[in-house]
Design a protein. Structure first.
Length: 265
C-alpha cells in the first residue's frame, strides 16, 4: 500500500488500519507513518480553520506490521482559537503511540520574526543517495528518497554533530500536494543523528518527538526535494537529544523538530 492509500484508510476507518510489512522499521512500523496516520485521525476532529501548530509524540511500544491498529482521538479542549487533542494508537489492547496536538487559528500580532535561513548545501544531484537495499536498510525506504549532504553516513565512525541533506517521496509515488502527514514522514525518514558516530550497525529509535509547524505552509508536492538538518545537542548513556529543521525547496522553514533517541551501541 502506498502512503496515500494508508492515509485514505485511516480517514475511512481510523479504528482498524493494517500497516503492511513494507512500511516496517526493524520489528516495528515506521514511526513517521504512525505519527502521520494518528495525526490524520486527529485532524478530522478539529475545525478546518485551525492548522496544527505542534505535536508531542511518544513511541510507547513497537506497533507490529500486519496487525490492526486503532487510531483513537479525544478532544481535550476547544477554546476560542486553540484546540487541544489527544491521540492514541492502540494494538491488541496496548498503547503503541501517544500524540498530544495543539491546533490554533491565526491571531493578530505586531510581532514578526523571520526564521533562520536554510543551510547552503551542494545541489541535490551532487549529493550521495542513500539507496533502499532489501534486508539491509529499513523497509520503509523503498518509498522515501534521501540525498546525503551534511555529516557522515550511518555507522561510518564519523563523530560529527550534525547530519542533513535532501528528502522527498520516491519518484514512483503519486504526485500530490504535500500535507502535514507527508511532512511527518519526511522528517522521520532521516536516521538518528547519533548513528554516524558508530562503527558498526546497532539499533536506534525515537523515544519522544516534538515537532512544530510554521504556518501557513507553502505549497509543495510529494516530488519536491525538502532540505533537512539535524544537530546533536547532547548524548550519553544510550540516549541522545537532537534538534532538527525542515525547509521547503524555496528555503522557507516549514518544521522544527526535537527528539530523544535511544541507541544500543
Amino acid at each position: 500500500m502506498s502512503f496515500s492509500e494508508l492515509v485514505d484508510a485511516v480517514r475511512d476507518n481510523p479504528l482498524s488500519v493494517v500497516i503492511p510489512g513494507e512500511w516496517g522499521q526493524g520489528r516495528a512500523c515506521f514511526g513517521g507513518l504512525m505519527a502521520a496516520l494518528q495525526f490524520e485521525a486527529m485532524r478530522a476532529q478539529v475545525p478546518a480553520d485551525r492548522p496544527v501548530r505542534s505535536l508531542a509524540i511518544t513511541f510507547v511500544g513497537p506497533a507490529a506490521p500486519g496487525v490492526p491498529i486503532s487510531f483513537e482521538v479525544e478532544v481535550l479542549r476547544e477554546g476560542k482559537a486553540v484546540s487541544q487533542v489527544l491521540g492514541r494508537a492502540m494494538q491488541d489492547g496496548q498503547v503503541m503511540t501517544i500524540i498530544q496536538g495543539s491546533f490554533g487559528a491565526p491571531r493578530a500580532s505586531v510581532i514578526s520574526v523571520q526564521a533562520e535561513p536554510a543551510p547552503s548545501l551542494k545541489p541535490v544531484e551532487d549529493c550521495q543517495e542513500l539507496p533502499f537495499i532489501p534486508g539491509i536498510t529499513p523497509e520503509y525506504l523503498r518509498f522515501m528518497s534521501m540525498r546525503w549532504g551534511l555529516g557522515g553516513l550511518p555507522f561510518s565512525n564519523t563523530p560529527s554533530r550534525e547530519i542533513g541533506g535532501y528528502v522527498r517521496f520516491r519518484g514512483d509515488v503519486k504526485q500530490e500536494p504535500l500535507t502535514v502527514a507527508h511532512l511527518l514522514a519526511l522528517v522521520d525518514t532521516w536516521p538518528p543523528a547519533l548513528l554516524p558516530h558508530l562503527s558498526k550497525p546497532a539499533p536506534g529509535s525515537s523515544l519522544t518527538w516534538t515537532i512544530e509547524f510554521v504556518q501557513p505552509l507553502p505549497q509543495m508536492d510529494t516530488l519536491d526535494w525538502c532540505l533537512y538538518r539535524a544537530v546533536i545537542e547532547h548524548a550519553r548513556d544510550g540516549y541522545g537529544h537532537t534538534a532538527a529543521y525542515l525547509w521547503a525547496p524555496n528555503g522557507e522553514l516549514v518544521a522544527i523538530s526535537r527528539q530523544t533517541v535511544t541507541v544500543f551501541g
